[in-house]
Design a protein around this ligand. Structure first.
Ligand SMILES: Nc1ncnc2c1ncn2[C@@H]1O[C@H](COP(=O)(O)OP(=O)(O)OP(=O)(O)O)[C@@H](O)[C@H]1O
Ligand SMILES: [Mg+2]
Length: 292
């Protein structure tokens, strides 16, 4: 196993990933990052969903002058601006009083920064696989510059180069999925792929991966549905799928947590942990902290 150079051994990198889209991954990444900062940690969240970034909306930075310039991580990875310039152009300090009006205050001295991806369509990367070293240098640079405890990466769905690039520096991979056939099939596929990649030394920093069932319908609500057939179908797929996942991925991953469907998040992407106490995202953040 390759060992990272000393400067970032204290910074844990968690990557949020899902094989299929629409899994609540971006909302979860943003909320987990904020929850970690709320616990007093130094956190950077990176949008690596290069082709379809979304975190800028969750963190509400789109109305800022900085964001209007539409610069992002691709400008460093592809167009070769320096990290110093990337920091000035695309890193938002989300701690109160800094880069955005909707920033957060962290009572325990935590900090939260957001490295945006450019939304300019001309900025889609095609040759990312050649850039793992640039990505490594990037995480090291920010880890040191901001004394980070955690880097959270929101990775693109599917198996694209941006994912490989993120995976290369990842310590813990959080694989989000919904209880549907399409999501399960993809999740099993990615679990198998990870096992192969791991054997080939393709995941040098990966310590573990965890499965997170996301946007899970409330079982109690299902039970009182008038349409019994629908309720039973939904409960059944969940039961069968759990067995299937355990059979297919017996050693590789474990079902880490379920994020229930939350009404407040159903029609808008937002930071729930800022105004509420013990959300599922707080619980995940705390367990991740304890596991270290
Ligand atoms: N726990 C939740 N409960 C209910 N709705 C949610 C929850 N989490 C996310 N959503 C909603 O689901 C939709 C998809 O969420 P999100 O954008 O986070 O998913 P994603 O996996 O990042 O999607 P994409 O593949 O497009 O990047 C959004 O409209 C969001 O508000
Ligand atoms: Mg997303």
């Amino acid at each position: 196993m390759m060992v990272r150079k000393p400067s970032i051994t204290n910074t844990q990198i968690f990557t949020c990933y899902s094989y299929k889209g629409g899994s609540g991954r971006t909302v979860a990444a943003a909320n987990i990052a904020t929850a970690l900062a709320k616990q007093g940690k130094g956190v950077l969240i990176i949008d690596m969903d290069i082709e379809a970034p979304g975190l800028q909306n969750v963190f509400e930075v789109t109305e800022t002058d900085k964001y209007r310039k539409k610069r992002g991580i691709q400008d460093y990875l592809k167009l070769h601006i320096s990290l110093e310039e990337l920091n000035d152009l695309a890193v938002f300090d989300l701690t109160n009083g800094f880069d955005t009006p909707s920033a957060f205050s962290f009572p325990h001295g935590g900090s939260l920064r957001f490295l945006a991806a450019s939304t300019r369509t001309t900025n889609v990367l095609s040759e990312l696989s050649e850039l793992p070293e640039r990505m490594e240098v990037l995480v090291d640079y920010f880890a040191e510059r901001y004394n980070l405890d955690y880097i959270i990466i929101d990775a693109a769905s599917g198996i694209r180069e941006a994912f490989t690039l993120a995976l290369n520096v990842t310590n813990v991979l959080l694989v989000f999925f919904r209880w549907t056939r399409q999501h399960l099939e993809g999740t099993i596929k990615i679990g198998t792929l990870l096992e192969v990649m791991n054997e080939m030394g393709g995941t040098p920093n990966l310590q573990s991966f965890k499965l997170i069932a996301s946007i899970v319908p409330n079982e109690e609500e299902l039970r009182v549905l008038k349409n019994k057939e629908l309720a039973n179908a939904l409960l059944q797929i969940k039961k069968e799928s759990k067995v299937l996942l355990e059979e297919e991925l017996d050693e590789a991953g474990e079902l880490f947590y379920e994020i229930p469907e939350v009404l407040e998040l159903k029609w808008r992407e937002r930071i729930l942990v800022a105004s509420k106490g013990n959300t599922p995202y707080d619980v995940i953040a705390k367990s991740l902290m304890e596991e270290q």
